[in-house]
Design a protein around this ligand. Sequence first.
Ligand SMILES: [Zn+2]
Ligand SMILES: [Zn+2]
Length: 161
Amino acid sequence: MNKTLLGQYLRQLRLDKGLNQQQLADLSGVSQPHISKIEKGKEGPSDAAVLKVCQALEHEDPNQLPESFLRTIKPERVWAYCPNADCPGAKRPMVGQSDVIRPNFLEIDEGQTRWCGECREVLVCRCPNPDCRAPAMPGAFCTMCGTKYVENTSKSPTPSD
Ligand SMILES: [Zn+2]
Ligand SMILES: [Zn+2]
């Protein structure tokens, strides 16, 4: 259970119902100081107390918060890159390393689908290496495993073809 998020959600529910903390205390049988702690996501109140408050607010499952609420929480900003090797926004930074591509990077809200402003490709926010999947950081390579973010596929075909 994410207590901070749950607390924010319960506070929202209480305000939606036009209750103050004391009225909710009377309704749920949980003391007002505990309700205050629950809403702030602090340690102290037992899970049973949290459950009572949830029930008083007609929220069934403390481990499950509705999508509609989670969408209102300010999302994290993450870096995302354009995976298209031919993207006009991609840079080939060093002479003699024309196969090293520094992809077009943008900062986006985590979990959001965004498109490259240059080529309309869907942006990727994780390392392409399936064993790594580290969050992407601006540059040509993953800082965790060294995998190139974008393989230059537009060059001459590999000998094995
Ligand atoms: Zn692009
Ligand atoms: Zn990686």
